[in-house]
Each structure stands twice: as C-alpha cells, then as structure tokens.
Design a protein around this ligand. Structure first.
Ligand code: FES
Length: 354
C-alpha cells in the first residue's frame, strides 16, 4: 500500500514518498522532520578554538549505530534554504551506546555556506543527519600507522576511543598504533585527548608535526614499513603518503571527500556537446562533466548541498532527455523524473525544471 501511495505522490507531486507531501504539517509536531532524513537534537555547542567548534548531537533512537571512522551528512536550514555538508563523527560507538550522543568537530570557514551559521544552533535545536556512511575503519590485529592532517584527526579520535574501550575487555591484544599528526604550529586539535589515550595505552604513541618546522612527511614514514597505513587529511598529504606506500608496497586506506565534479568520465563515450534547457536558460553542455558543475560554470542559479549525491538538494525535474548517473554509469529513461544534478551527466539534449 505504501508503495502505491509513494508511486502516486511521485507522479503527481514529484515527492519521493507520500509522507514527503505532508512534511510541513508533520513539522508542526516534530521540528525539522524531513522525509528520508534522520533528526538529531543539539545537546552542546563548544568552541575549541576561534575557528573550530565541537557540536554534540543526540540522534533519534532509530538512527543506526555507527562504526568509528564513519561520516554523516549534516543538514541545517539557513535563511529558509537547506544546506548540507559532510563531517566525520569524532567519537566512537562507545560514546553513542553509553551516552546516546555523537560529536562533530567542525572547522568554521568565514566564507562557508554552513559553518558560519553553526553558532545559531544552540542547545535544544534540531538538525537533520544522514545514516552513518563510509568504510574507513581500524583493521583488527594489525599494527597501524595513522596519518592525520588538520581536522583529519577526527576519525582517528573515534577509532582510538573504541580501541581503548575494546582493549579493556580483551586479555591479549598485540595491535600497536602510532599516529603522525600534521597541523600548523599550535593548531593541533584535542592534544589532551591524545595524551590521555597514550597514558592509558602502552601500545599507542603519537607525534605532532608541522610542515613549517618538520618538513614533508616522507622521512617519517620509512620506519613504519611493516604497519598498515591509514591517512585522513588534505589531498596533498594523501598523495605524498600514497606515493611512498606504492614505492615500498605498504597497504594504505584513506578518507578524503571528493565531490563528483572531479570524477572523470568512466563511460568511454565520445565527448559530445548537448543542449540543456534549464527553466528559461538554454546552454550547451558536455557529456563528460556533471550537470551541476556546468550550470554553476554558466552562472545559472541552482540549489545544491553536498555535491556527492547524498542530500538531494540539487534535485530537479527532468522533463525530457536521458541522463547518466556518474556513480553507476546507468542511463535513465527519457520520461519525466526527478534527477540529482551533482551526480548526473547529460547523455542527450535535456529539458530541466528547477
Ligand atoms: S548536492 Fe547533495 S545530492 Fe546533489
């Protein structure tokens, strides 16, 4: 029955489900309720530094238990617009299970679309979150080298929390962990927590480095050639680590969020120029970049959030034509349907309606 209601609502009103149609009414009783999102209540907001805040959220009960190292899409309403950004959960499963909360550590960017407004989200306010996502997690039973850059420390804080909690329950654990943490001088985050972990775990050690004083990372990697490497931070740091790992044949896991405009075309289809009508604007686009990237380049006003196919804020109605989903390579049919601009490429001429 649900499926039938959803189909009718989709065809008539372009809402994914019938519940979505009733969203404004449901929100009168459940603040920030949104179809396909989870709700979370702000429990605490703390400044860790002039440009870094810690947000503690209590997700609704049905939110799935996350794994240390996973991330979420956080959506907040700013001036009537929904803005979504991706953040790693900076605590382990242990905190969620014992206190019912998760924390995010967020670098505030003055020109950011979301972070400058986080100060408005005081205790008791509601936000939306996605389910936990990602597979960046601590491998079991192996010695690990963690490499963090700037706010890339967050997944490792979560992993260390669960590592410590699990170790308490086990009689023998030969896993050792070393962390190399790069940041600007005096800008390393939560050093007290790292010191605490090191004080309680002989098998955990860390070093704080800055490029200005200590140079690039390569010389610090050589002595960890028998460990499993994990890296989270700026792309340049990842590149340096990945190159060294390749040279000495070390496994490396990484977490850095890449929006779809950077993906190259993987369909091997010849490059084509196609015509897209978007509301009253007509433009020529290529079939090898996402529609969102090309509409932005052409200064066509479009809503968007994560740029990764998660938040649905770039959704619009395709009235005619065929698009390719860049995640799967699948082609749509030519009928009217909702598409996400950030993960769609034109495969034929298109007519879009925002
Ligand atoms: S911008 Fe989030 S799904 Fe497209």
């Amino acid at each position: 029955m649900n499926a039938i209601f959803n189909k009718i609502t989709h065809q008539l009103f372009h809402h994914k489900t019938w519940k979505g149609y009733w969203e404004p009414i449901i929100q009168l009783f459940l603040p920030a309720w949104r179809d396909s999102y989870y709700r979370a209540k702000v429990v605490a907001f703390k400044s860790l530094r002039a440009d870094v805040v810690q947000l503690t959220l209590s997700p609704e009960k049905k939110w799935p238990i996350h794994k240390a190292g996973q991330h979420i899409a956080l959506t907040v309403e700013v001036d009537g617009k929904l803005i979504t950004r991706i953040f790693t959960i900076a605590c382990g499963t242990t905190t969620r299970k014992s206190q019912g909360v998760i924390r995010l550590i967020i670098k505030v960017k003055d020109d950011g679309a979301l972070t400058p407004f986080l100060g408005n989200f005081s205790k008791g306010k509601w936000v939306n979150i996605s389910p936990p996502m990602g597979s960046f997690s601590l491998p079991h039973g192996k010695s690990v080298l963690m490499i963090a850059g700037g706010s890339g420390i967050t997944p490792f804080l979560a992993m260390l929390e669960d590592y410590q909690a699990n170790k308490k329950g086990s009689l023998e654990d030969k896993q050792s962990i070393h962390l190399i943490y790069y940041a600007k001088p005096h800008e390393h985050l939560l050093v007290e927590e790292l010191t605490e972990f090191a004080n309680h775990n002989e098998s955990f050690s860390f070093q704080l480095l800055s490029r200005m004083h200590d140079g690039d990372i390569e010389p610090y990697l050589a002595q960890h050639g028998t460990s499993h490497w994990m890296v989270c931070g700026p792309f340049e740091l990842y590149q340096q680590v990945a190159q060294t790992a390749k040279l000495i044949n070390v496994p490396v896991d990484s977490e850095h969020f890449v929006a779809f405009p950077h993906l190259t075309d993987n369909t091997n289809s010849p490059k084509q120029q196609l015509i897209v009508k978007h509301n009253k604007t007509t433009l020529t686009v290529s079939n090898t970049e996402t529609l969102l990237t090309q509409l932005q380049k052409a200064d066509v006003p479009v809503s968007y959030g994560c740029g990764m196919g998660i938040c649905h804020q770039c959704q619009c109605i395709k009235k005619s034509g065929v698009v390719r989903d860049v995640r799967t390579g699948e082609l749509s049919d030519s009928a009217e349907q909702l598409i996400q601009l950030c993960v769609s490429q034109a495969a034929t001429d298109l007519e879009l309606q925002a």
